[in-house]
Write a protein that binds this ligand. Structure first.
Ligand SMILES: Nc1ncnc2c1ncn2[C@@H]1O[C@H](COP(=O)(O)OP(=O)(O)OP(=O)(O)O)[C@@H](O)[C@H]1O
Ligand SMILES: [Mg+2]
Length: 270
């Protein structure tokens, strides 16, 4: 059984009326099929890399799988449970197991809160196995900071005091707070310098081994995806055009679009 099972998932965005209120001739003229009939499995313990050019639908697919947005049609199962049929209460419990790491560490951390509060928030909201006293929560926050290579000297500081790489580590600590099983990492290194990005990629690999995490790792960069992924899915205009073992996709790409992606990107120095 796959950890995540996606079947015929589709998300259509309608752009509303045409310019000046003129109705479009064809009804679907103003529709974007951001995700178009996608089926795939994510196996427990693997990293499934999702690669494709800008606008191909990667973020939309990642968000659909976490049910951060609602699909137009299709199904998503997480540990064999139908996510779209889950009640609010069930969804709340399931959300602890599924987290997201965002691309932009400058936009994803609330500037008004201190590091300690940013990381503690999910613990306080869900209180998963943590007694509701501040010492226990602080202990867990320090543990999380250490896991991502930071230390407790930064607890009282604010996001703006940190570099992009450090902010991304704080975001990762927050995502790990509830001991999730599955993480969607949506271009987590695209906003960072190459060397800083490589450190974050290595951290993600280390955390995966340490905590048995499963990743959907989204990137437009084939070398980054290849470095981290067990398997790779190639997305083009809302569809998965090719999926397979990392080595097979990068050594023997079948689809012309995958071939062009590989040509366009140099080797990665990690
Ligand atoms: N909220 C929205 N409303 C309307 N259209 C949207 C919305 N979100 C995404 N789209 C469209 O859906 C398509 C897929 O977008 P998406 O952000 O999923 O692509 P992406 O592969 O993540 O791109 P990038 O690499 O730039 O992050 C694009 O055409 C985009 O314009
Ligand atoms: Mg995106």
């Amino acid at each position: 059984m796959a950890l995540v099972e996606v079947r015929n998932l589709t998300k259509v965005y309608s752009q509303g009326e045409g310019l000046f209120g003129v109705r479009p001739k064809a009804q679907n003229q103003n529709e974007v099929r951001a995700v178009d009939d996608v089926s795939l499995d994510v196996h427990a313990g693997e990293t499934l890399g999702l690669v494709g050019e800008s606008g191909s639908g990667k973020s939309t697919l990642g968000r659909l799988i976490l049910r951060l947005i609602e699909p137009t049609s299709g199904t998503i199962r997480f540990e064999d449970r139908d996510l779209l049929a889950a009640s609010r209460g069930e969804m709340r419990r399931l959300r602890r197991d599924m987290q997201i790491i965002f691309q932009d560490p400058f936009a994803s951390l609330d500037p008004r809160y201190r590091v300690e509060d940013i990381i503690a928030e999910p613990l306080i909201v869900h209180r998963k196995g943590i007694p509701a006293n501040s010492n226990a929560i602080r202990g867990r926050v320090v543990e999380l900071l250490r896991a991502v290579g930071l230390d407790d000297s930064i607890l009282r500081r604010f996001p703006h005091e940190f570099s992009g790489g450090q902010r991304q580590r704080i975001g990762i600590a927050r995502a790990l707070a509830l001991r999730p099983k599955f993480i969607v990492a949506d271009e987590p290194v695209s906003a960072l310098d190459v060397s800083v990005g490589a450190q974050i990629v290595n951290l993600l690999a280390q955390l995966q081994r340490e905590f048995g995490l499963t990743y959907l790792f989204i990137s437009h960069s084939m070398p980054v995806v290849r470095y981290l992924s067990t398997r790779i899915a190639v997305m083009y205009r809302g569809k998965i055009v090719e999926i397979g073992d990392s080595e097979q996709i990068s050594e023997l790409p079948q689809h012309p679009y995958t071939q062009s992606l590989l040509k366009a990107t140099p080797e990665l120095a990690v």
